[in-house]
Design a protein around this ligand. Structure first.
Ligand SMILES: *Cc1c(COP(=O)(O)O)cnc(C)c1O
Length: 474
């Protein structure tokens, strides 16, 4: 059904590092926005221009901090300016200049059945006729809750919220309320949303900006957050020993997607599960990214390790804002109004988001979904690594079903420190080259990529051809 490449990401294929001659495609970045205004180069007769995107982004910078509403969208780590999107469909995105891209970001995960799916859109239109938000119970909440509970092994009860960040905030309060203990262990390079207690060594977005922590986060907010390197069991044992009886939970991404794609070593999750039990601590799998992506039951089903609490987001909202946290019934019954742990939300469980989630999951239930993702993603990752080999670039990479990643360095990559040794400036040049070839990758070396049911073998072939061309030039 699914596998990492023969060598896995930790291991990935690597190639020798012959330097090929460098022909920068175009000066990457910040310099001279005026010069960049007309970047016109002929690509198969059509002219590639980002004129309208540039204009829109320049205006946006006056209106919103950095011109965006989420930092990584600003392209800081790959240079150049972001493209402004007009519409999406299937595996494709179209920018406001009319350029089309094969998309491997998928709105950062939700678009697993393809963008703007006809059935999802039709269902949304139907739901919308009845209104957009009730602020009161609706039947659709029951439907999605039942689907989530029957899919995810650890979840017996669920609470819907509006984002992955909220889900992780809720889960954190919950494990503290349930255990009566203050501390949590998180891993370097794992991202659990932007709530204060998690903004310690939080990977991609933060790493990309070079902020070790964020100003504005008081010491008190992170003083109960302990960190260890990913895949390092001894470090976790040491933290438990040094904080006896004080650790409420371990939280982790069971496969990391927020410092690039990093898989757990075979014994890692098993050891973490054992250590939490021995120390009367709970285990939280943050499956905001991996839920319904690595398999229908998430990473926990894929690896056969059941946590106590799980956070979800992204896919379960089918492109609308949703998050969720869930777990064992006795733990979840701590949550208000069943129990004393307060957590609420004006738009939580709203009918539109529930509808998009329900119809996205329904599609994923069809036989062969994950086999298809496995097939398409293996073609992609094998092809990219092969292209690297042909052109003499050191690369490693891996994938599990609809999630993948690669680094410009030899493998293995076991943690964020390893990931940071990747050649990020080469990634920036590769990124810009791929963009003009009509391939939209995540604009940072420290982000995972996503495929969808709408990606075809032809999309993959075009992507690999583009990669060979670009890799030969950088
Ligand atoms: C995206 C993500 C979050 C945060 O979700 P938002 O909806 O962006 O708030 C939390 N954890 C993980 C693992 C994520 O990938």
């Amino acid at each position: 059904m699914a596998s990492t490449t023969a060598s896995g990401v930790g291991l990935g294929l690597s190639c020798s590092t012959k330097l090929s001659k460098r022909t920068p495609l175009y000066s990457s970045s910040s310099r001279s926005s005026r010069l960049c205004v007309k970047m016109a180069v002929s690509v198969e007769k059509k002219t590639y221009t980002l004129e309208k995107s540039q204009e829109a982004f320049n205006a946006a910078k006056e209106l919103m901090p950095g011109g965006v509403n989420s930092p990584v969208r600003a392209f800081k780590s790959v240079g150049g300016q972001p493209i402004v999107i007009d519409s999406v469909k299937g595996s494709k995105m179209r920018d406001i200049d009319g350029n089309e891209y094969i998309d491997y970001v998928g709105s950062w995960g939700p678009a697993i059945i393809g963008h703007a799916d006809d059935e999802v859109l039709a269902a949304l239109a139907e739901t919308m006729k009845k209104g957009t938000s009730f602020g009161a119970p609706c039947l659709l909440e029951n439907v999605l809750a039942e689907m989530v509970i029957s899919a995810v092994p650890s979840i017996e009860m669920v609470r819907f919220v509006n984002s992955g960040t909220e889900a992780c905030m809720g889960a954190l309060r919950l494990v503290r309320a349930f255990t009566g203990k203050p501390k949590i262990i998180k891993f370097e390079g794992c991202y659990h949303g932007h709530a204060d207690p998690f903004l310690v060594k939080a990977g991609s977005g933060v790493a990309t900006l070079g902020l070790p922590d964020s100003p504005g986060v008081p010491k008190a907010a992170t003083s109960e957050t302990l960190t260890a390197p990913y895949n390092d069991i001894a470090a976790v044992e040491n933290l438990f020993n040094a904080n006896k009886g004080e650790v409420a939970a371990i939280i982790l991404e069971p496969v990391v997607g927020n410092s690039g794609f990093i898989v757990p070593r075979p014994e890692f999750l098993t050891a973490i599960r054992k250590l939490t039990k021995e120390n009367d601590a709970l285990l939280i799998f943050d499956e905001v990214m991996t839920g319904f992506r690595l398999s229908y039951g998430g990473a926990q089903e894929y690896f056969g390790i059941t946590p106590d609490v799980t956070t979800l987001g992204k896919i379960i909202g089918g492109g609308l804002p949703v998050g969720a946290y869930g777990g064992r019934r006795d733990i979840m019954e701590m949550v208000a109004p069943a129990g004393p742990m307060y957590q609420a939300g004006t738009l939580s469980g709203n009918p539109l988001a529930m509808t998009a989630g329900i119809h996205t999951l329904k599609r994923l239930q069809k036989p062969g979904s994950y086999e298809y993702l496995d097939k398409i993603t293996s073609e992609l990752v094998d092809g990219l690594l092969e292209a690297g080999k042909k052109t003499g670039h050191a690369m490693c990479g891996g994938y599990i079903n609809g999630m993948f990643g690669f680094f410009f360095r030899e493998g293995p990559v076991y943690n964020f420190e390893d990931a940071k040794k990747s050649d990020t400036s080469k990634f920036g040049r590769f990124y810009q080259g791929m963009l003009r070839e009509g391939v939209y990758l995540a604009p940072s070396q420290f982000e995972a990529g996503f495929t969808s049911l709408a990606h075809t073998s032809q999309d993959i072939q075009r992507t690999i051809e583009a990669a060979e061309k670009v890799l030969a030039q950088i």
